[in-house]
Structures are given as structure tokens and as C-alpha cells.
Write a protein that binds this ligand. Structure first.
Ligand SMILES: [Mn+2]
Length: 428
């Protein structure tokens, strides 16, 4: 049996740095304490291309180096828009006590004696390295543009799926051979499984996804470690290939308002004939909803904010305003009827910066569907819903957070100085 830590979707970047680093740091501490023998990072270590002098780059290097001082590390190329090709090359040079292997192409990698990585020269080994501790079959993000150039844009997504299914079947014989030798076989990839559920609770249906669970199980690996979808989820099967488990670790932290489920990394225990994984939670930021049935009461809002301990938390304030009162909220605009930010992504996107100055983050953008669900109460971990009674509010009172007012002035978005129900002034 081999014990592995599986981290994914760290999304180190300017905006995510605090969340990513707190969570990844805690995850590494825990993985070291658990005595993992190797670590896998299954793509999207960065959120976007990082300059070398960016604080996010320095923190990510420092953390991966810390991990590599504990155990061998395997890093897989993720989505190109998050992790531009070539981003990971520098991690090979970290010089920790154990090596970092970067999988940027389709290949197999064996963890051999003294914790060294040995990669296949072709897409798979002709012969398995004798006595290897574990075998990893790596399918990093496929460049759909390259596939589109070959088969045409309309057929590219399906062609990627078909080719990956073919590749996965092609790995089955080596995984069977590994099983016969008592060697754990592990697949690592980055993409969408048909029918998986996103971090916002949306099932990913459609025929343009990289994998089906059937295609992944057909590889006959015991474990399949996936990245890309930010919500942890897993699938298990028992059959001729023994016990198999496919799992997304999910993102290391909560990077967007309303992401459901616990965040963390996966502790895997993989044998030659079975595998299991457990989510080890990270201290990801919470999501708090403050819901008014009617107009918001700013005194109640202040009191609730003080009580809920909202430092560093995603807070959404939502209320319903009766149709006859809508003129008090904001002159014109249909969205005023459901309260500031109801379904307005622009308001949500702009306000957190302003609100941050007040000591807490505020994200109000939410789709109508999710908003409707929210009213039903608490859904999933890390989410608190406070329901408050409405009291009369005098429009036009209160002050506003400077950041939001400035933003509003620049972009003309909601949350302007004229909006009497601007929720940010509860934090001022
Ligand atoms: Mn990602």
C-alpha cells in the first residue's frame, strides 16, 4: 500500500493568494503529519501566468519546495488559461530533498528506488521498471486547439473525448501487469467527467467533456486522481480490475462566492488491487448569507455582522423589496425589485474590493436560480444563512464604502452612491 496526498487546483494568483496559501500551507502540514510517501498536484497550480517577482509565485515555489523536502512530488499540467504552457518547468529546479517531476505530456512515470521518478520515453513503458513503488499514468490537459487543427473545430471536443478514451484503454494492459506485480497503478488527469457536479452544484452534462467514468474505469488503474472541477467528488467500482476509485480532490480553497462542499486535499491509500481516498479539509473561507424577508434593517445587519464573526468571509446580503417600494431602492431597473445585486454579477464583482477596506469581503452576484435555492436555508459546508426580520429603513441615509463608490463612479455599476440600500455601509 502506498499513501499519497492529492492536491489540486491551487490557483495561486494575485487575487487568490491569501486563500490559496493559507489552505495549501495547512494541507502540506497535514500531509507531512500523515506521513505521505508522495504527492500529486493534478493541475492549475496557478490561476494565471505569474511573473517571477509576483508574491504568488514566490509563495507557491516555497510551498512546493516544502512539500518536496518531505516527499517526491508529481505536478501535472492543467488548463492552459490558468497554467500557461511552460509554467511548471521551473518546479524541476526547486532542489528539494526529493525530486519534482513535471508531467506536461502524455506519459507514464514510475516512483522507483530512493524516491526517484522515472518517466517513459513514449506514452507508456514498454516494460515496467522492476520493483517500482507505484506507477502513474499521466494525461495532462489536451490542447483542444491542436485537435481542432486536425479534425475541425466542430468535432474537436468529441475527438478529444474519443482519443482520451482510446488512450485510457491503451493503458489497461500495463496497469494489469502492474497489478500482477503487486504495484499500485494510478491515473492522473485534468478535465471534466461527464455528469460530475460543479462547485456551484451544477451537473456537467453534455458531450464535449473529456471523460466518462466508464472510460476512466476502463483504464483499469486502481486510483484515478483528477483535477479541474473544484468540488470534491468520487466514484467507486468493484470488478475484474479489483477495487477502483476515481476522485476529484476539488480546489484547495474556496475561491468564489457560494462554492459548495468542503475544501481540502485527498489522502489516498492505494494497493495493487484496491484504492480509497479521504478528504482532509483545509481552513477554506466560509460563505455567509444574510437574508432579509423584506427591506434590510441596517441596525440588525450591523448586529448580525458583529455576531457572525465575518472576518475574511464571503458575505452576501439579500433582501426582497415589495413592488410598491421599489422606487425607494433605486430609480429604474428591474433588478431593484429583488434587492441590490440580485442576479447582478457586475455588482458582485465590483463590491468585494470596496468592501474589503471595511474588513470583510462582500460578494453579491448570484444567478437567479441559486438565489432562489439560497432562501431555502443552509446548503452544504462552509455556508451560514442568517434570516432577519424586516424593519422600515429610511432611504438615503448612511454612508458608503469609498471603494464601491469609486468603482461605481468609474464603471456605472450597481452599488452606487445613490443606492440607499447599499449593504456595505453596515461594515463601515
Ligand atoms: Mn481549476
Amino acid at each position: 500500500m502506498i499513501r499519497l496526498a492529492h492536491f489540486s487546483d491551487l490557483h495561486y494568483g494575485t487575487k487568490n493568494l491569501i486563500e490559496a496559501d493559507r489552505c495549501f500551507g495547512a494541507a502540506i502540514d497535514r500531509a507531512i503529519a500523515l506521513g505521505v510517501e508522495a504527492a500529486v498536484l493534478s493541475g492549475d497550480a496557478t490561476d494565471h501566468g505569474l511573473d517571477l517577482h509576483a508574491p504568488a509565485a514566490e509563495r507557491l515555489f516555497a510551498q512546493v519546495r516544502r512539500l518536496a523536502d518531505h516527499c517526491p512530488v508529481l505536478m501535472l499540467q492543467g488548463t492552459f488559461s490558468h497554467e500557461p504552457p511552460g509554467t511548471l518547468a521551473i518546479f524541476r529546479l526547486l532542489g528539494g530533498r526529493h525530486p519534482v517531476h513535471v508531467a506536461e505530456r502524455i506519459e507514464q512515470v514510475a516512483l522507483i528506488a530512493e524516491g526517484k521518478w522515472l518517466a517513459s520515453t513514449d506514452w507508456c513503458f514498454d516494460r515496467l521498471p522492476a520493483g517500482a513503488r507505484a506507477l502513474f499514468s499521466c494525461a495532462p490537459t489536451v490542447n483542444k486547439a491542436a485537435v481542432a487543427a486536425a479534425v475541425g473545430a466542430a468535432d474537436a471536443a468529441q475527438a478529444v473525448g474519443e482519443n482520451l478514451a482510446c488512450l485510457l484503454r491503451g493503458y489497461a494492459p500495463t496497469h494489469r501487469a502492474a497489478r500482477r506485480q503487486g504495484m499500485p497503478a494510478i491515473g492522473v488527469s485534468h478535465g471534466t467527467v461527464f455528469g460530475c457536479v460543479s462547485e456551484h452544484g451544477v451537473p456537467m452534462a453534455g458531450f464535449d467533456h473529456e471523460f466518462t467514468t466508464g472510460a476512466l474505469f476502463a483504464a483499469e488503474a486502481q486510483a484515478f486522481m483528477l483535477g479541474h472541477i473544484h468540488r470534491h467528488q468520487s466514484w467507486a467500482a468493484e470488478g475484474a480490475a479489483g477495487g477502483q476509485c476515481i476522485a476529484y480532490a476539488g480546489s484547495i480553497g474556496r475561491f468564489h462566492y457560494g462554492e459548495e462542499g468542503e475544501k481540502g486535499f485527498l489522502l489516498w491509500e492505494v494497493d495493487a488491487d484496491q484504492a480509497r481516498c479521504m478528504l482532509e479539509a483545509t481552513p477554506a473561507r466560509r460563505t455567509v448569507d444574510i437574508v432579509f424577508d423584506g427591506k434590510p434593517d441596517l441596525e440588525a445587519l450591523r448586529a448580525t455582522v458583529a455576531q457572525l464573526d465575518v472576518a475574511g468571509v464571503f458575505v452576501r446580503v439579500r433582501w426582497t423589496v415589495a413592488d410598491e417600494d421599489r422606487h425607494e431602492v433605486r430609480p429604474g431597473g428591474d433588478r431593484a425589485a429583488t434587492g441590490w445585486g440580485g442576479g447582478d454579477q457586475a455588482g458582485g464583482a465590483n463590491c468585494p474590493r470596496g468592501a474589503h477596506a471595511g474588513g470583510w469581503d462582500l460578494a453579491t452576484g448570484e444567478s437567479g436560480g441559486q438565489g432562489a435555492g439560497m432562501g431555502a436555508g443552509d446548503r452544504g459546508a462552509g455556508r451560514t444563512v442568517a434570516r432577519l426580520p424586516a424593519r422600515a429603513v429610511q432611504p438615503g441615509t448612511g454612508s458608503h464604502c469609498r471603494g464601491c463608490a469609486a468603482e461605481a463612479g468609474r464603471s456605472g455599476v450597481r452599488g452606487s452612491r445613490r443606492d440607499p440600500y447599499h449593504p456595505v455601509f453596515a461594515a463601515a
